[in-house]
Design a protein around this ligand. Sequence first.
Ligand code: COA
Length: 149
Amino acid sequence: MKTRLATAKDSEEVAAIIKRHAQDDYMGYATFNDTYIKDKMKKNNFFFVAEDSDKIVGCIRASIVDLDLAEIRTLCVDEGYRKKGLATELLQEALKLLREKKMRKVAARSKADNTEVIRLFEKAGFEKEGYFREHYRKGIDIIQMGKFL
Ligand SMILES: CC(C)(COP(=O)(O)OP(=O)(O)OC[C@H]1O[C@@H](n2cnc3c(N)ncnc32)[C@H](O)[C@@H]1OP(=O)(O)O)[C@@H](O)C(=O)NCCC(=O)NCCS
């Protein structure tokens, strides 16, 4: 298994893995297809992927959203590949790139009850910063975490 920065050639597979993990009670209106991913890649978005024999089994997106503020989005690992440290590795790769890009801070959001991903971010040095009640969707609370680089 290896992790690497995705390129435009990966956009179809990247869209597919994000769609596989899209939680329909949480995700927004974006249509995840290769055009959407390619477009994002051109605009300050970096996708890292985890691969097993050329098959993409994990993904993370790092977005530069302001002068020196970045966000982590769409962190996901296929079920059979979990608990092997892949998400942590993807997150570390994304943080490394964001440090190189001289980002000051990185934020990440998740559902407030997603204890697994919250723990993962905390282990990487993120702290809980904000709690948003029924923010994107009725009945679903969101937590925002942050880390200074
Ligand atoms: C959340 C998610 C990305 C985690 O992916 P993952 O690759 O399993 O994460 P990691 O392996 O890095 O860490 C998960 C756990 O495995 C443990 N682990 C890592 N390597 C391990 C190994 N070799 N052996 C045993 N356990 C290991 C980690 O310590 C961690 O344990 P903890 O939860 O008790 O702290 C994945 O479960 C997922 O895709 N979930 C659905 C999508 C989702 O909720 N995404 C977040 C949206 S913001």
